[in-house]
Design a protein around this ligand. Structure first.
Ligand SMILES: *[C@@H]1O[C@H](CO)[C@@H](O)[C@H](O)[C@H]1NC(C)=O
Ligand SMILES: *[C@@H]1O[C@H](CO)[C@@H](O)[C@H](O)[C@H]1NC(C)=O
Ligand SMILES: *[C@@H]1O[C@H](CO)[C@@H](O)[C@H](O)[C@H]1NC(C)=O
Ligand SMILES: *[C@@H]1O[C@H](CO)[C@@H](O)[C@H](O)[C@H]1NC(C)=O
Length: 494
């Protein structure tokens, strides 16, 4: 495996000197531990093997019973297939602690000691004597596979073909488009957006002109070399332990002070440990009351469309609509207006060229104000690209957000983070959770200190017992939407 970067055929928008400094800081902050350069060919037997690996629950500091507000620490010791201890870090591990009887769960924080051992810290947040299951400590990828994924991004940034249709009269042609378009003898159509500087290119069709492009990505095909497949694994470490948890006087206050968690589930309901407490908006009238006289603009990928669909269903809008949008819904009686529009390229579903709008350009058209809510979610279609592309996209969106907040400081801006998805083997190749997590860190860094509300889809999905999915299951979505409504109507609850 060579770790060279080859971005020579990727085109990224120009950065200002300040942005370039920020980009460097971001890239350093997400740098993943490197595996030692060993001579290829590597054997699978040298990689981390959960069957040989072990973990222990560290005893409570000072002894005694576990109480709510304590932290449970688990130490993982990684071994390879030969049974030799691993000497370096970089394994990608996800962890959740959950209590099925109470429908309670919280994500664990994983610390890499860079020597083959890992600590996982779980805040103990719910009271009562319960069986706690340390389940789903998942070795998503051994460090060797992470190295392959990282290499793949830079070595083959064009591993997805965005097949695009051109049409004039009865003449139809299809060519490949991308941000990273390897140079050939073919002429190229440049669709770089003049306002944002966001690049997009297609090979020019043989007979038609660049102006005849009618769709964005009618079909996406993945080209990843077969031999790379063998380097990717998914493993699980599972165990059950019994913890008799008793409560302290002020469990909430204690939890808040000790835990780095965004929140946790208790009886299936998400309790936030940051910003706004989450109230339950479980009736149509409660939602209608909250959204009365509001204008809600949603921009992003299909995970934002999922929120839009939730709203339509709850508010009983009778509608059918094209998959890709744009879509507009109105409740004239209560003066509620909701719009959805997908983000600009790259998108892996079919959208007509005319509807491909960049979020930053859309925000520039919004007047804003106390009755305007902006919801943004962009992650699922960008994670296969070098992270430099996402950094630029988010910096551009941030600029538009700041302009909007300057002209209308009362505008509420909500950003949905990414979430871990289904661990289907093939999907891993081009859209691994590792990519998602790295991109998600970028999003959090870029919007740090900006007056936006984050809905922590990452932890809300990770902490839940339901299987991970790009489009999280309905119980998770309704918890996310309650977080959204709670940001819009912090005082109200039903
Ligand atoms: C990078 O890609 C370009 C275009 O495909 C190619 O000409 C060049 O040799 C590659 N460089 C490396 C170091 O692989
Ligand atoms: C890995 O170890 C197994 C069991 O010891 C052995 O059968 C296999 O040949 C080894 N594979 C490689 C590639 O070394
Ligand atoms: C690895 O590092 C941790 C934290 O520094 C330390 O506690 C542990 O003993 C180390 N383990 C080994 C095997 O060196
Ligand atoms: C709505 O949520 C509240 C708070 O959790 C709960 O008390 C109430 O029973 C729920 N109502 C319905 C109709 O589900």
């Amino acid at each position: 495996i060579k770790h060279q970067r080859n971005l020579s055929f990727c085109s990224f928008r120009h950065l200002s000197p300040e942005e370039a400094v920020e980009e460097n800081l971001i890239l350093n902050s997400i740098a993943w531990p490197k595996i030692p350069p060993l001579l290829p060919p590597r054997s699978i037997n040298d990689t981390s093997d959960p069957a040989h690996s072990s973990f222990i629950i560290l005893p409570k500091k000072g002894g005694g019973q576990w109480i709510v507000g304590d932290q449970l620490k688990v130490r993982i010791k990684m071994f390879d297939y030969h049974g030799h201890p691993k000497k370096y870090g970089g394994d990608f591990i996800l962890a959740r602690l959950h209590s099925p009887a109470l429908d309670a769960g919280v994500a664990g924080q994983v610390l890499d000691h860079l020597n083959g051992t890992y600590s996982v810290v779980f805040p103990l947040l719910w009271e009562g004597s319960a069986q706690v299951e340390v389940s789903a400590m998942t070795l998503v990828h051994p460090s060797e596979a992470v190295a392959v994924l990282h290499w793949l991004t830079y070595y083959q940034p064009d591993r997805l073909d965005y097949n695009t249709q051109f049409r004039s009269g009865s003449v139809r042609e299809t060519t490949i488009c991308n941000i990273c378009l390897p140079p050939t003898q073919e002429p190229i159509c440049d669709y770089t957006d003049v306002r944002t500087g966001e690049p997009w290119f297609c090979y020019k069709p043989k007979t038609l002109s660049c102006d005849h492009k009618i769709s964005h990505a009618i079909l996406c095909s993945v080209k990843v070399k077969k031999e790379i497949l063998v380097d990717l694994f998914i493993f699980f470490i599972r165990s059950k332990i019994d913890l008799g948890l008793t409560t302290t006087d002020q469990p909430e206050a204690r939890s808040r002070s000790v835990s780095g968690a965004a929140g946790y589930y208790y009886k299936g309901v998400w309790r936030s440990l940051r910003d706004t407490p989450v109230h339950q908006f479980n009736t149509t009238s409660a939602i209608t009351e909250c959204l009365k006289n509001k204008e809600i603009h949603m921009y992003g990928d299909s995970t934002i469309r999922q929120w839009f669909q939730y709203l339509l269903k709850k508010l009983d809008f009778q509608s059918s609509y094209p998959k890709s949008g744009p879509f507009f819904a109105l409740d004239s009686e209560n003066n509620i207006k909701v719009t959805f529009r997908c983000h600009g390229p790259p998108i892996r579903f079919s959208v007509s060229t005319i509807e491909m709008h960049y979020i930053a350009n859309e925000l520039n058209e919004v007047a804003g104000g106390p009755n305007t809510v902006i919801i943004i979610g962009i992650w699922a279609h960008v994670i296969t690209f070098p992270v430099e592309m996402y950094i630029r996209r988010l910096m551009t969106i941030r600029k538009a957000v700041l302009r909007l907040l300057t002209r209308a400081p009362d505008t509420l801006i909500i950003i949905r983070t990414a979430n871990p998805k289904d661990l289907a083997r093939f999907e891993e190749i081009f859209a691994s959770d590792w990519y998602i997590m790295q991109h998600d860190k970028v999003l959090r860094t870029i919007f740090k200190g900006i007056n936006v509300h984050l809905v922590d889809a990452w932890e809300m999905t990770l902490a839940h017992w339901l299987p991970h999915n790009t489009h999280p299951e309905p119980p998770i979505i309704s918890n996310m939407m309650n977080a959204v409504f709670s940001s819009i109507c912090p005082g109200n609850s039903s």
